[in-house]
Design a protein around this ligand. Structure first.
Ligand code: NAD
Ligand code: ZN
Length: 379
């Protein structure tokens, strides 16, 4: 089959690789009809995720048609149209049974964290879904069967695999409630969808921050949020945000994570210089959250990030919440929201490419070229 493979830092190659096969009695094989490139894939692309090796098949936002099921699979059958969530989850352990599927006890033998599709040996070693075929473990729990194979096009449903529930979880886990001022860092796909859910949960004010003009313009146009380009301000940027909000955001959602464009050394240097506009997203979040506020960190940080402003957070009673989103239990509810027109995630899609054009997709998504926001690949 054809698949998008990692070939070292900033090199993704579409290659012919061996078809996946069922490996356990509960596996299923899915023929992929649509799959997307995620901001999390950019961390792999930029060499930030340990445990990657050449020819590793990437991708964790797929949907498709069940092609084959293992002998113990009862939940799906050949021909079912399914969404495959990025959390690898057994459905049986304490965490899976308590809506914490992103920390399944049986998804990562390497260490005590969850496992994810297409996300390296550090997170379970499962091959990914930017491919023609995907092996999915735990076929009785992971696939979400689209009710009655509903006729909605793939584009409306594809983001149920990750970024739609991730954005939703960011808002509910961050504790956004009616009347809140919510500050969202990053106007990528995750930040843009989180803006929609912040309004939905009753925020009175939603402020979006980024430094890519076309993304800020998109946020303003489609989500009616207040936008700020931090590069247009100097070191007093966070003071400005605190001033206009009367003390800071009730909830600040970091939808950025590690900025791959800066090396760790550069990052530490800019942090030490304490230049407001050059702060990492987390440090910016720490500056614009109000006393007793919450920072929800949804953006992915590498293990070595250590410029943690702990004293500053302690002395202002800040709550921090973080982690990979447990998406599986949120999919049915969000499916209904899409079906009933309460949310439409399709306005973030800017590029629809064939699987063989994936390299170009990674490049424009990472470099913020061609006004790229979200790339969908069609195997
Ligand atoms: P993206 O790269 O398209 O978006 C990030 C945006 O942040 C970009 O528009 C960039 O210009 C902007 N940015 C960079 N530095 C900034 C700063 N200091 N302040 C404000 N904005 C800044 O990626 P995405 O697909 O939207 O994903 C966003 C993050 O969420 C990534 O780190 C991704 O790995 C993570 N993610 C986490 C989960 C989870 O479950 N926790 C799931 C999906 C994605
Ligand atoms: Zn993702």
């Amino acid at each position: 089959m054809k698949a998008v493979t990692y070939q070292g830092k900033r090199k993704m190659e579409v290659k012919e690789v061996r078809d996946p096969k069922l490996e356990t009695k509960q596996d299923v094989l899915v023929r992929i009809t649509s799959t997307a490139i995620c901001g999390s894939d950019l961390h792999i692309y930029n060499g930030e995720i340990p445990g990657m090796y050449d020819d590793y098949v990437v991708g964790h936002e797929p949907m498709g048609i069940i092609e084959e099921v293992g002998p113990e699979v009862r939940h799906v059958k050949k021909g079912d149209r399914v969404i495959i969530p990025f959390n690898v989850s057994c459905g049986e352990c304490f965490f899976c049974k308590h809506q914490m599927e992103s920390q399944c006890d049986n998804a990562n033998e390497a260490k005590d964290t969850g496992g994810y599709l297409g996300y390296s040996n550090s997170y379970g070693g499962f091959m990914g879904g930017q491919a023609e075929l995907l092996r999915v473990p735990y076929g009785n729990f992971m696939p979400f069967v689209i009710p009655e194979n509903a006729e909605m096009e793939d584009e409306k449903l594809l983001f149920l695999s990750d970024i739609l529930p991730t954005a939703y979880w960011s808002v509910i886990n961050g504790g956004v409630k009616p009347g809140d001022t919510v500050i969202i860092l990053g106007c990528g796909p995750v930040g843009l969808l989180a803006q929609k859910f912040a309004w939905q949960k009753g925020a009175k004010r939603v402020i979006a921050i980024d430094h890519v003009p076309y993304r800020l313009a998109h946020a303003k146009r489609t989500n009616n949020v207040e936008v700020f380009n931090f590069e247009e301000y100097g070191a007093d940027f966070s003071d400005h945000i605190k001033e206009i909000t009367g003390g800071g955001g009730d909830v600040v959602i970091d939808c950025v994570g590690l900025d791959a464009k800066k090396s760790m050394i550069e990052k530490i240097e800019t942090t030490l210089k304490l230049q407001g506009g050059s702060l990492s997203a987390f440090e910016l979040a720490a500056k614009v959250v109000r006393k007793f506020g919450t920072i929800q960190v949804t953006g992915v940080y590498g293990l070595t990030y250590n410029m943690f402003p702990f004293g500053h957070l302690f002395e202002r009673n800040i709550t921090i919440k973080t982690g990979q989103a447990p998406v599986i239990h949120l999919i049915p509810e969000l499916y209904l929201q899409i079906k009933h027109g309460k949310i439409d995630p399709t306005d973030i899609i800017t590029h629809r490419l064939g699987l063989e054009q994936a390299e170009h997709g990674y490049s424009i998504f990472d470099n913020k070229e061609e006004d790229c926001i979200k790339v969908i690949l069609k195997p």
